[in-house]
Design a protein around this ligand. Sequence first.
Ligand SMILES: Nc1ncnc2c1ncn2[C@@H]1O[C@H](COP(=O)(O)OP(=O)(O)OP(=O)(O)O)[C@@H](O)[C@H]1O
Length: 642
Amino acid sequence: MNQRLQPPSFSREAAGSGVEISVSDVRQQIYLADPSSGTGSPSCCELGSAFHRLIASLLNSSLSELSTIFSGASVDDWSAELRDFGYRRELGPFLVGNAAALHGRGDAVMNLWAAVNEATHWLAELFWDHRQRQLRDGKRFNPCELANWFQAEVPLRLELTDAAWTQPVILKGVADSVLSLPGGRRCVIEYKLGKTAPQADLCQTTLYHQMLNDAGNSSLAVIGFLPKRSERLIEGDQIGDLQQQLKTLIGKLAGVDRPRVAPLPQRKPAPTATPVVSTSNPTTEADVQSIAKRLKAALNEADCESNFVGEPIIGPTFIRFTVNPARGVSPKKYLSIGDLLQIRLQSNRPPVIQTGAAITIDVQRPDRQFVAWDDIDLPASDPLHGCAKVLVGVGLDGKVRTADLADTTCSHLLVAGVSGSGKSEWLRTAVAGLIATNTPEQLQLVAIDPKRVAFHDLQGSPYLRCPVVFPGDADADIIAVLDELIEEMEERYASLDGCASLAEWINRHGKPVPRIVCVCDEYADIMLASTKQQKTIESRITRLGSKGRACGIHLILATQQPSRRTITGPIQSNLPGRVGLTMTSATESRMLFEQRGAEDLLMKGDLMFKDIGAPQRYQAVYLSDDQRRAIYLSSTRNVPTP
Ligand SMILES: Nc1ncnc2c1ncn2[C@@H]1O[C@H](COP(=O)(O)OP(=O)(O)OP(=O)(O)O)[C@@H](O)[C@H]1O
């Protein structure tokens, strides 16, 4: 059964003066919104536990055992000895003892074995490096010293409070491992076996990190072992925004946040845009009541008897109704009645229906409003750093949503949508937002434009790092452009001089270094030119995606065709922020968000955005051609600095 369709059931308990919630609950909720992992089946869980026991047991070995294991002459010898020892002590007995339960699960067992190989090699390398350091310092190699720095299965607890919450939340969980380094620094480590859910794993580790008392002086690492080892190490001071977003999610899950009802926004239509359904009268409260009545009747007709929860919320593009299914009605059923609701509500497209803690039904607003640039407040800009926030759109609460490129959860963005969905407009407005909040010393743009119309107006802008690249022109060399960015990235890393990030370097030296944003419309057109080109471009994107953020280099890539051919594994995992405009099918929506829904969006800048948790719906900001040109060609920041 599709787990996403079940309402979440959290192990919420009243814990004296607060609501208790576990880190696994939070992870599960993020995972269900983005279920790209294969975790969850009992046999896999059993293998996962065996894997964790194996690592803990290796690290708990005695001095004489470790000395024997590490008596060989190379790191490969150490790795082989460690693996064989682990097999004899933990894995072999586990496999024999569970032979019946593992019958028919040969693939899973082979995966476990591959992960054990990767993990023992990782440990062998750690011990080898430690030995080199000890020898360099004139000390005797003592493997137990390093092993003792690891503490396995560490129980953690944290009380969270917030002025907007009705009561505190007690967060509990058990971290896989805490590494205590000399000098007091600590690192939370989560070991991941099998295909990981990167976002859920990062969030889980971030919470454990926050639960350490000395979170400011510690870091976190998520280490995956399948199909190959992958390590993601993050310094504590880089995850402030993620922690804040997680706190908001926790407040919701624990049911302690106070509900908010947004006022009815009446925004100016954009000069060139026409409403989806023409109406001379703006939506009134009476109209909303009438739509609610028709919706209720249609739900009853579809055997989805529902109770309406709270007031409908009116956004610029649609009206959101929140409902609870009556007893006996499956939440899954709502996902199959979109076409009927569309007919009964006489709208152009089926409503967007999302299931989760409650069911939301987004009905097209009869007098669709567009969000004009002049009506929004741009994000604040720091006098030294500028601003790394990209305009995403305006939400149901009337507030502007931004994607912070400095944040790990959306350091690079993938944008997708059919022709006419508003993709190019979104990219152009995103670029305008960045220009308006930075000086040319704080921001440099690299624009790649296969359609030749998306960034035409940028030519001549003082923010361009190099002239706009028009693939197809004789002198346009995309690979060379990406290679130049990689070279810049490596140079920046080399000159960080002990600073954990570019931001820290800028603070230390008190002068700006430009953030570089490479924005590319229709990247799939370029990538799919040939198999060789695909591999080459993919490898460049992977390098920039995995290492670019810390030194201020970011990618924003757009495509009309979100398919397996264009959103390949490396691109999926290295471009974490997602902007989805209208798609042709639910399959495409799943490609980007792991859930359906984007196929029912209403074109013209109606979009979903996802960094952590479930995707949220926004209306993109509209910028007229003249305004955009003026912003592109100006050389000063347009917003006041705080
Ligand atoms: N945020 C917006 N607000 C209002 N109208 C919009 C918005 N974004 C796009 N539109 C309207 O939708 C039309 C199509 O947008 P756009 O050219 O960006 O689509 P696209 O997805 O890039 O399509 P293609 O790939 O064919 O170029 C625009 O001409 C504009 O009228």
